[in-house]
Write a protein that binds this ligand. Structure first.
Ligand code: NCD
Length: 304
């Protein structure tokens, strides 16, 4: 049995295979419509979600399986003080695979020790979000076609944004990827990622506070929301929340074939007027999330 707690548990080849399956699902959905008949996915969401939870659930339904679970900690026995390990142990008696989101870093890893069935990390605190990364990579693959040689800008809350942490680790394995980190001083990329991932892999990177200055170099611009729920004080959030707002005027200096990604939800960081620009790929990205999660479920259940 395998889990997906950290994106690095999947090799570059395995990620390539998952993307191939997801492409095939898009081409031939009927060929997959009852592969998971009789199987159940449990979605244990101790933290709010729209896309991740519903795309997991839609993914399982479209594979012919069923779904059970909860969407807030208050509606589970966590509210009575039950440990994550106990909750997951029990759920693993009822379901064939578990997707879990939790505000505490490491909770899905702990869950995987207690579970009899595969556990997927659907986001743990400010740490990781591997299935968002699969979605992001699949989107880059479909939109641009390759990863080698890309210059990828990460903009916004690089400190608390778990999606950027997982994506950085995944992209560091492709050839000649250059990374540009655009954030306020207070929300810079954590040092452990620079020391443990970028430097050992000789990844070229720059850190800046100016989106305008680097815009013309970028092949991908990964925008993120300032993670309100991870701030210790509201005044800091209010001061930093609108640090970057992407507008059509700002996009004017970007490459014609650049792509804007965002894990969503967006708050203010991308003006609605950007949505009609062909370079805005974030809604297509959200759609891709369902297909790559279908591929992952098949893989972890040993059905593909
Ligand atoms: C992200 C998350 O939960 O980390 N959302 C998502 O899963 N698409 C990004 C965010 O909440 O800002």
């Amino acid at each position: 049995m395998r889990n997906l707690i950290d994106i690095l548990e999947l090799s570059v080849e395995e990620i390539g295979e998952l993307m191939g399956i997801a492409d095939d699902i898009i081409e031939r959905p009927e060929a997959y419509s009852d592969i998971c008949k009789g199987k159940k996915l449990a979605t244990l969401f101790f933290e709010p979600s729209t896309r991740t939870r519903l795309s997991f659930e839609a993914a399982m339904y479209e594979l012919g399986g069923n779904v059970l679970g909860f969407s807030e900690a208050n509606s589970s026995s966590a509210a009575k003080g039950e440990s994550v390990s106990d909750t997951v142990r029990i759920v693993s008696y009822y379901a064939d695979i578990i997707a879990m989101r939790h505000p505490k870093e490491g909770a899905p890893l702990v869950a995987s020790y207690a579970s009899d069935v595969p556990v997927i990390n659907a986001g743990d605190g400010g740490h990781n979000h591997p299935t968002q990364t699969l979605t992001d990579l699949f989107t880059i693959k479909r939109e641009i076609g390759h990863f080698d040689g890309l210059t990828v800008g990460f903009c916004g809350d690089l400190k608390f944004g778990r999606t950027v942490h997982s994506l950085l680790c995944a992209l560091a394995r492709y050839k000649n990827v250059k990374m540009v980190f655009i954030s306020p001083e207070e929300l810079k990329m954590p040092d452990y990622l620079i020391q443990e991932v970028l430097i050992p892999n000789n990844i070229e990177y720059v850190e800046t506070t100016s989106l305008d200055e680097v815009m013309p170099q970028l092949d991908v611009l990964y925008m993120t929301r300032v993670q309100k729920e991870r701030f210790f004080n509201e005044a800091d959030y209010i001061r930093l929340k609108d640090s970057y707002i992407l507008t059509p005027e700002k996009l004017a200096s970007a490459k014609a074939d650049m792509r804007v990604l965002h894990p969503l939800p967006r708050v203010n960081e991308i003006a609605n007027t950007v949505d009609k620009d062909e370079r805005a790929a974030y809604f297509r990205q959200a759609k891709n999330g369902k297909y790559i999660r279908m591929a992952l479920i098949l893989r972890l259940l040993g059905l593909k």
